[in-house]
Design a protein around this ligand. Structure first.
Ligand SMILES: [Fe+2]
Ligand SMILES: [Fe+2]
Length: 258
């Protein structure tokens, strides 16, 4: 029993980029049961850019499940962005989950944007000024909701989808000084609180593809500037947890984004 999961993040679509992923996306049914989008779908989170995302990722032959990223919040149009995506048939997760019936079994996906805070020995703490407490509590709340969603799903295979990173491994290549703004160990703890088979995230454009939570869960940074292809494909199953080399090659824009 194997479930095939395609994933990409940080596509940062606008009208200049829309269309570049579509040829590769049309081939998804041949290699994947579902497509996960790890946030930063847009450049500035406008409703107009969301329509570009809907054009690019709507109407595909496989289900599409996403979380939003920090860029998708930039213009304070999150409700409008979510509505455009959902009207295009894309499932938007934020502290909740969905179970999909795939040929290889029931796939549970729990998703949350996540937030920063840092990692063991180098993290912000819930102490001092109200602004610092608010920062840390945003992360704690996000991680708590991810963990609760993961533990609530009745499924055969469980995947965690975030924008911010749950581990420092996949940040390698980014400046150490900005790690606390790229993810939090609390997301990793949430992932380890359930029998998660795979965790995918984005956000760290200069990071590294592969990592592992302290509990041994496979973590993959699928930010487009990292994977340098339209999507990566991962297999999860009873006997086989593997990363597949996408047959799609180097589709998608190679321009760099902040
Ligand atoms: Fe990004
Ligand atoms: Fe981001």
């Amino acid at each position: 029993m194997v479930i095939r999961i395609a994933a990409v993040g940080d596509v940062h679509l606008d009208e200049d980029v829309v269309g570049r992923f579509r040829p590769a996306l049309e081939e998804l049914p041949e290699c994947a049961d579902v497509l996960l989008l790890a946030g930063d779908l847009t450049r500035h989170g406008t409703e107009a850019e969301a329509r570009c995302v809907a054009t690019e990722f709507g109407g595909l032959a496989v289900p599409v499940v996403t979380v939003l990223g920090n860029h998708d919040h930039q213009c304070d149009q999150v409700p409008q962005v979510v509505k455009v995506l959902e009207d295009a048939g894309i499932t938007v997760l934020e502290g909740n989950g969905v179970v999909l019936d795939c040929a290889g079994g029931r796939l549970g996906i729990a998703g949350v944007k996540g937030f920063g805070g840092g990692f063991a020995g180098r993290c912000a703490s819930d102490f001092g000024e109200p602004e610092m407490k608010a920062f840390v509590r945003t992360t704690t709340d996000s991680a708590d909701r991810l963990g609760a969603a993961l533990r609530s799903l009745d499924c055969d295979m469980l995947v965690a989808l975030t924008h911010y990173s749950p581990v420092p491994d996949t940040l390698a290549g980014e400046p150490l000084e900005i790690y606390p703004f790229l993810g939090s160990y609390q997301l990793g703890q949430a992932i380890d609180s359930a029998p998660t088979a795979l965790a995918v995230h984005g956000h760290a454009h200069a990071g590294t593809e592969r990592g592992t939570t302290p509990g041994g869960v496979r973590v993959r940074n699928v930010a487009h500037p990292v994977i340098k292809q339209a999507y990566s494909v991962f297999h999860v199953g009873d006997q086989l947890d593997t990363d597949q080399v996408s047959p799609i090659g180097q589709s998608g824009s190679q321009r760099s984004w902040s």
